[in-house]
Design a protein around this ligand. Structure first.
Ligand SMILES: Nc1ncnc2c1ncn2[C@@H]1O[C@H](COP(=O)(O)OP(=O)(O)OP(=O)(O)O)[C@@H](O)[C@H]1O
Length: 733
């Protein structure tokens, strides 16, 4: 039998040959002359070649991840892309092909016609090692390949950078089965934190694009994530698999672009997310269609033409009943009115003449989604009328707010986004143009958000990804039906689970899993595949030392070159930012979509879906207090690490009781603040701001100086607003 070194050398020859031909292909794509007969086709060809060239793996990347030896002695190398030599002999077969499927799914139970599966460990394109599964000899090891193998464990220990990587080299059989699950389904992929749900959903897109390439193009696929930092985290995976052009957005990007940032209280957010809102909006829009005068008189070229109220009303009723978006039915009314004018001897081009346009505008006003919604939310009368039978008066009153004076100045909330999208759909219709939609972290989305996604689907084929144990916020769910009922009902719903937790080390998961009986009693814990380098560090400190200790731990991790995430509740955010700044530790802000620094500050909500080498979780009791399902939020926070976890707490480091008031938190003072005339600022936001400022001042100066700091702050604010105060009351050094 050949020695392993000799075998590696032989395999390396094949790797080198394949790389040589990949570079040959790259060069040919760059140099091939324009064979096209006309300039349009020439441009197309040039584009095609550029895309093909850009999608080839980089020169230093490994050509293959493994080798499949079939029972009939044929052998195939499996890699990211197919590579042929100049005689069109196959050197490498791509992972989405049928051979790829057999390679990844082969198990001792079902070898898929393979006699051997060889997995390479490779650095750049140099083979370091390989491991073989010889199926004939493996009768006793029927653990199947669902669990981890050596190559996977090595891969999981790799440090993280803030950008998700592809997992082609180490796809597990159970994962591959979901990647190639038939397209015509509403597939729900569920599983605990770090089981690979996101990775599988993204590779599923790549697999589907390859295997349905005649009918499914990249622009037919939409990927929706929960927030910008997540979208940024995953956006490189598909291009690294050679799939460019798939649209990837976060949920707030659906719908008309408007200025965001308005904060709202939880009951308003909840109400605005309910499916009842769709019916309320539809009714409010229909109520904008007016009734004619008893006689409508119009002047054309010095001659009056009068239409009777009855005939105009009949035209309005016909348009109203005709079905379709508001704007389309408006066009029909215009045509009908013009016809009536012509029937009275009016001009042939009546459709385009001002008298008809004026009447049309009065009966059926043209409006944008933003203008309509601003007017509706700013009118108690209209809200009440539209709410009838759908909502109580108190609920309708919750929706009221005074609109900004100018539409361009209106600031919208996150919960307004899906309402604007719904109105836009009622007004103009939405072209459901995606043949497949992937939604990640779907467990928290409101019915109105799910409707916004559903209307973009042309087929009902979707992959939705989530974990009920991580479901928090106004729409925390306990059953998948509560999500799928708002999605297209065209295809069968299949819920498939991933069982093995690849991200979180055993020691960390054991700690986090203590929350599960309380957080999500029905949810099966993941099976963890590896140990971490250390037990979680639990640091119980005085409230005043909390931020300083977090900064110190973060610094230690940074010095060891780790990618660090601090998961921090809102109550501790200001003191922590202050401490990081004071310690000269720059950080990335996940709330602004940043995730590219070595140190990142994320809220527990933003932490969903992300991962870091080292995670510091700040004040678990405050995290639990932040959400009605606070234990789930804490479970999310604790399961973001691939290696190190530290918990810094002045209260209980692992609260297993119902939420307590947050330690060290300043009691809310509501009475002193008069309602602000600016409708975009809510009282609770002012309270939060006051709390943040208080924490910053308390953390940054001794009590004897607080008065002084406050006076200086007031002076600075005066200066900024141009407001005059009695001279001598404030001064600046
Ligand atoms: N087969 C695999 N080979 C290598 N790495 C893998 C594999 N499966 C998962 N991983 C890695 O495990 C980590 C967790 O995967 P992923 O983020 O997809 O999990 P998730 O189930 O979506 O987690 P969460 O519920 O926290 O969002 C990622 O770093 C991913 O690359």
């Amino acid at each position: 039998m050949e020695s392993k070194a000799a075998e590696i050398a032989a395999e390396q020859q094949h790797f080198d040959l394949a790389r040589k031909h990949r570079e040959r292909i790259r060069a040919e794509l760059g140099e091939a002359p324009d064979a096209a007969a006309n300039p349009g086709a020439g441009r197309w060809l040039a584009n095609f070649r550029r895309n093909r060239r850009d999608n080839l793996a980089a020169p230093e990347q490994q050509v293959a991840v493994g080798r499949a030896d079939l029972d009939d002695d044929e052998r195939y190398y499996i890699g990211r892309e197919t590579i042929l030599d100049d005689q069109r002999q196959v050197l490498v077969v791509n992972w989405q092909s049928d051979l790829g499927r057999r390679y990844f799914e082969a198990s001792p139970d079902d070898p898929q016609g393979l006699s051997l599966k060889r997995t390479f460990t490779v650095e750049a394109n140099r083979i370091v090692d390989f491991a073989d599964l010889v199926f004939a000899q493996l009768v006793e090891a029927i653990e199947a390949l669902d669990g981890p193998d050596g190559a996977l464990l090595a891969e999981l220990n790799r440090g993280r950078t803030g950008a998700m990587q592809d997992i082609v080299a180490t796809i597990q059989a159970a994962q591959y089965r979901l990647m190639r699950f038939p397209l015509e389904h509403l597939l729900v992929i569920e599983g605990g934190p770090g089981t690979g749900k996101t990775a599988v959903a993204l590779h599923r897109v790549s697999w589907l694009l390859y295997n349905h390439r005649d009918t499914l193009r990249p622009r037919d696929v939409l990927i929706v994530g929960p927030h910008p930092a997540f979208t940024r985290y995953i956006r490189g995976v598909l291009p690294s698999l050679g799939d460019e052009g798939v649209e990837q957005v976060d949920i707030d990007q659906l719908g008309p672009p408007v200025q965001r940032g308005r904060q709202e209280d939880a009951p308003v957010r909840r109400l605005k997310g309910e499916a009842r809102m769709a019916r309320l909006l539809a009714r409010a829009l229909e109520a904008r269609i007016g009734a004619p005068e008893p006689a409508e008189r119009m002047l054309f070229d010095g001659r009056f033409i009068t239409l009777t109220g009855a005939e105009v009303a009949a035209a309005v009723a016909a348009a109203r009943e005709s079905g379709g978006p508001y704007a389309v039915r408006r066009q029909r009314l215009r045509a009908a009115l013009a016809q009536l004018v012509r029937d009275r001897g009016g001009p042939a081009e009546a459709e385009r003449l001002p008298p008809v346009e004026n009447l049309l505008e009065r009966l059926w006003p043209l409006q944008s989604a933003a203008a309509f919604l601003r007017n509706l939310l700013g009118s108690r009368r209209r809200l009440l009328a539209a709410a009838e039978g759908e909502m109580s008066e108190q609920e309708a009153a919750l929706l009221y707010r005074r609109g900004a004076d100018r539409l361009s100045e209106q600031v919208w909330s996150a919960a307004d986004g899906p309402l604007l999208d719904e109105v836009d759909d009622l007004l103009n219709g939405t072209a459901g143009r995606y043949r497949h939609i992937v939604v990640d972290e779907v467990q928290d989305l409101s019915p109105m958000q799910l409707r916004a996604i559903a209307r973009r689907s042309s087929t009902g084929s979707m992959t939705i990804v989530g974990d009920l144990a991580q479901s928090t916020g106004a729409w925390a769910r306990d059953r998948w039906e509560e999500v799928t009922e708002h999605l297209p009902q065209t295809h069968q719903v299949v819920v498939a689970g991933l069982r093995y937790g690849y991200r979180v080390p055993r020691q960390v998961y054991e700690l986090a899993a203590k929350l599960l009986p309380l957080a999500a009693p029905g949810v099966e814990p993941a099976t963890i595949v590896r140990d971490g380098p250390a037990d979680p560090g639990i640091h119980v400190v005085e409230a005043g030392e909390r931020a300083g200790r977090v900064a110190q731990i973060a610094r230690d991790h940074l010095e060891a070159q780790r990618f660090v995430g601090i998961v921090c509740p809102a109550a501790c955010r200001a003191e922590l930012e202050f401490a990081l700044a004071a310690n000269d530790l720059p950080w990335g802000r996940a709330d602004q979509g940043e995730l590219d620094r070595a140190l990142n500050l994320v809220s527990p909500q933003e932490a969903k879906g992300l991962e870091f080498d080292a995670v510091v979780v700040v004040e678990p009791e405050a995290i639990v207090a932040e959400d009605p399902r606070g234990h789930r939020l804490l479970f999310v926070a604790l399961t973001r690490t691939i290696r190190y976890l530290d918990v810094v707490a002045s209260g209980d480091a692992l609260p297993l009781e119902a939420p307590q008031p947050v330690p060290g938190r300043i009691p809310r003072q509501r009475t002193v603040v008069e309602p602000d005339p600016d409708p975009t600022v809510e009282l609770s936001v002012l309270d939060r701001l006051a709390e943040d400022l208080t924490a910053m001042i308390a953390g940054g100066s001794p009590p004897a100086m607080w008065d002084e700091v406050l006076q200086r702050t007031a002076a600075l604010l005066d200066e900024r607003s141009g407001r005059e105060r009695p001279k001598g009351r404030h001064h600046r050094a």
